[in-house]
Write a protein that binds this ligand. Structure first.
Ligand SMILES: Nc1ncnc2c1ncn2[C@@H]1O[C@H](COP(=O)(O)OP(=O)(O)O)[C@@H](O)[C@H]1O
Ligand SMILES: Nc1ccn([C@H]2C[C@H](O)[C@@H](COP(=O)(O)OP(=O)(O)O)O2)c(=O)n1
Length: 413
């Protein structure tokens, strides 16, 4: 298994109360080890295990990781505590593998081991158990042998420093955010066997994608969280400017959206990325005749994807200026991108007044202040074009006038 030669260079991260605890492993005790990381100190008499997903194929990996939590929660005794876990090579792109850390008390440890023993026989997972030595002063990690493979390997657990880049940012390129048509297309093409709807989506895509010359008329994108007033504003802009109103994902993808929203991020984000290219094609055609207003575009795709991939506080986001915020070179660039921002309480009030059922993600925006802050901050960091923030709390007409002033200043309309 290709992960093993690097095993002792890997760092393991367990998320406890939303904050990561890092540890590493080394081949032998050296005698001067620092105290074990908190995740083990807390465990005291409990048995600890880790399960990491290790399919080689990234679509299989994404699908299986999504199923693993349900499977473990269903099969393991309720007293066994699950925490999200990952392992990575510090600051090395694409090196992240995900899984769970398990804590089982003495009553449920043997059942937990039986279930993990069964899992390793049938599924692409790496399983480790952890044993304490010298009254919990030292811990060892035991990598379980894979069916038909080598003998168990024992390592010594040591604390590890926080890496420069938050581990959840390491795999963003082409797993959460796609920077070219080809990369997103590849994912949906490979899904054809398991998701028949992927084939229908591929049939709707433009036959060739190239950064064509700019449309003659201005292209104005309106971005913002749900209920910030995008629909209200884009419809008024359309009427005031005699413009065409488009959206991303485009109308033609509506029948498939709910289906792809159920998929793990790799597949779901590839679907939204491709939606932008269909919208870009429509913008290219309409923009030769009239101004075009677009309700959500690339900023939404990248900001939600990055904010979902990264956990915890907005300071875990990739730093401002990171290549992860760059615009795809083969995607049409709008003339102006406006980001509507709204005080969270007012946004909640508007959501309530609108009285619609909420998607899981919208509920999360409500409950998790951190998630909302991550989306908004990611919006602000995207460049090529970057967005201009407009406070959406004044009346609908005042917001319209403010945005019209921006358009006239920037787009010579
Ligand atoms: N400037 C505004 N002031 C007060 N209410 C607004 C304003 N803009 C929109 N609304 C109301 O807030 C709700 C959400 O607006 P909507 O345009 O549907 O947002 P979005 O398209 O961003 O989800 C709607 O009920 C709308 O009538
Ligand atoms: N161009 C787009 C538009 C939306 N998305 C994704 C990002 C989020 O996961 C959801 C947000 O959509 P949501 O249904 O909340 O938004 P609206 O109700 O359309 O304002 O869709 C995207 O990735 N790319």
């Amino acid at each position: 298994m290709s992960l093993l030669p690097h095993w002792s260079s890997r760092v393991f991260s367990v998320e406890l109360d939303g904050a990561p605890i890092y540890f590493g492993v080394q081949e032998k005790f050296r005698g001067e080890e620092a105290p074990p990381p908190r995740v083990f100190r807390d465990a005291r008499r409990d048995s600890c295990y880790s399960v990491l997903v290790c399919n080689r194929d990234r679509i299989g990996r994404a699908k299986f990781y999504a199923q693993l939590k349900d499977k473990l929660s269903r099969d393991l005794p309720p007293k066994c505590v699950l925490s999200p876990m990952s392992s990575f090579l510090p600051d090395v792109k694409d090196s992240l593998i995900r899984g769970y850390f398990l804590r089982a008390d003495s009553e449920c440890a043997s059942l937990t081991e039986r279930i993990l023993g069964d899992l390793i026989q049938h599924d692409p997972v790496l399983v480790c158990s952890y044993l304490q030595r010298e009254n919990g002063k030292l811990w060892t990690q035991h990598l379980w042998p894979h069916p038909g493979s080598e003998t168990p390997r024992e390592y010594c657990v040591v604390p590890s420093a926080e890496p420069q880049y938050h581990p959840s940012t390491l795999n963003i390129v082409n797993s959460d955010v796609f920077y070219s048509f080809e990369e997103a297309y590849e994912v949906l093409k490979k899904c054809g066997d398991i998701i028949p709807e992927a084939t229908s989506v591929l049939e709707l895509l433009p036959s060739r994608v190239e950064a064509r010359s700019k449309p003659d008329f201005p292209v104005i994108v309106i971005e913002g969280l749900d209920a910030t007033g995008k629909t209200t504003l884009t419809e008024s802009l359309r009427d005031t400017l005699g413009a065409v109103l488009l959206q991303s994902p485009p109308q033609c993808l509506s029948p498939w959206r709910a289906r792809f929203d159920q998929e793990p991020p790799l597949i779901r984000r590839a679907f939204y990325a491709l939606g932008n290219y269909i919208t870009a094609e429509q913008i290219g055609q309409e923009g030769m005749k009239t101004p075009v207003i677009v309700d959500r575009f690339w900023h939404s795709t990248a900001a939600y994807a990055i904010a979902t991939a990264v956990s915890g506080s907005p300071c875990n986001l990739p730093a401002e200026g990171s290549e992860l915020y760059r615009w795809p070179s083969d995607l049409l660039q709008p003339s102006l991108v406006v980001l509507l921002t709204l005080d969270p309480e007012e946004r909640k009030r508007r959501l309530r007044d609108r009285g619609q059922g909420k998607t899981k993600e919208e509920q999360e925006l409500d409950h998790s202040q951190h998630f909302r802050l991550r989306v908004e901050e990611a919006y602000r960091r995207i460049i090529g074009p970057s967005c201009i923030t407009v406070d959406a709390s004044p009346s609908a007409d005042q917001v319209l006038q403010q945005v019209l002033r921006l358009i006239r200043g920037k787009c010579h309309l």
